[in-house]
Design a protein around this ligand. Structure first.
Ligand code: SF4
Length: 228
C-alpha cells in the first residue's frame, strides 16, 4: 500500500493498525465518510486531508492527558511543507490557544523561519509529538508517546516533508528513542521512519541562552540547504 510515492514503513503500518484497527486501516475512507457524512465542505481528496484527520482525532482520550488538556493541539502550517518542525508537547500558552509554538518562543521561531525565507504558512508545518499538554510542562512519558506518536506518523505520511527538525533535546530523544545530549544529536542527519531528521535548539532555550543563537543559526542555514 502506498501514499503517493512513499512506501509506508512497517512501523507505520503497525501503528496505524493499532490506531484504527484492521477495518479502518483497510478502508480508511469509509470510516471518514461516516465521520463527515453531514459535512460537504471538503473536496474529494479527504483521505489525504490534514484537517479531516484533525477532526477525526481531536477528541482523543487515549492517555490521561486527554482529560487535563484545555485544547487539543494538532499543528499548523502548509500541508505540503518541505520542512516539518516538531516539538515535544504543547506548553501552557499552546494549551490555551490550541496552536503550537505561540508566545515569545513562537515569535523567535517565526523570526528564524523568516530568515530562511519561510513562515509557518509557507513551506513549513509545525506540530508536537504529543497533542495535549503534560501537567506543569513535564517531559512526555513513554506511555504517552506510545499512544500519541502514531498521530505524528500519520501527519508525516500526509505532508511528506523532505526534512523533519526536532526542536530541543526532549523532542530529539523522543523521536530517536535515545537518551542523549542535544550536543551529541546535533550536526548529523538521522532517520525517522524513512525521513531525514535533524535536531536543533528549542527556541525557548535560545531565549534563555542567547549565546546559543549563532549555533542555532548555523543549523538553520544547513536546514535551508537541505530543503532548497
Ligand atoms: S496526548 Fe495524544 S494520545 Fe494522549 S490524549 Fe492527547 S492526543 Fe490522545
Amino acid at each position: 500500500m502506498k501514499f503517493g510515492s512513499n512506501i509506508i514503513s512497517n512501523k507505520y503500518l503497525k501503528q496505524t493498525r493499532e490506531l484504527y484497527g484492521d477495518d479502518l486501516y483497510l478502508d480508511f475512507g469509509s470510516k471518514l465518510d461516516n465521520k463527515i457524512s453531514n459535512d460537504n465542505h471538503f473536496d474529494n481528496n479527504y483521505k489525504l486531508n490534514l484537517e479531516l484527520f484533525n477532526k477525526q482525532i481531536n477528541d482523543c482520550q487515549k492517555c490521561s492527558l486527554g482529560s487535563s488538556r484545555l485544547n487539543f493541539v494538532f499543528g499548523v502550517g502548509d500541508a505540503n511543507a518541505s520542512l516539518l518542525l516538531v516539538g515535544e508537547a504543547p506548553g501552557e500558552k499552546e494549551d490555551l490557544e490550541g496552536e503550537p509554538f505561540v508566545g515569545r518562543a513562537g515569535k523567535l521561531l517565526d523570526k528564524i523561519l523568516s530568515a530562511i525565507d519561510r513562515s509557518r504558512d509557507k513551506d513549513v508545518y509545525i506540530c508536537n509529538v504529543l497533542k495535549c499538554r503534560p501537567p506543569k510542562n513535564r517531559d512526555p512519558l513513554p506511555t504517552e508517546v506510545k499512544e500519541c506518536e502514531p498521530y505524528l506518523l500519520h501527519q508525516i505520511n500526509l505532508i511528506k516533508p523532505k526534512l523533519i527538525v526536532a526542536l530541543g533535546r526532549v523532542a530529539g530523544m523522543t523521536l530517536l528513542n535515545v537518551d542523549n545530549s542535544l550536543k551529541s544529536m546535533r550536526g548529523q542527519i538521522h532517520d525517522y521512519n524513512g525521513t531525514k531528521l535533524i535536531v536543533t535548539y528549542h527556541p525557548a532555550a535560545l531565549l534563555r541562552n542567547p549565546n546559543w543563537k549563532p549555533e542555532a543559526w548555523k543549523d538553520f542555514k544547513w536546514i535551508r540547504s537541505i530543503i532548497d
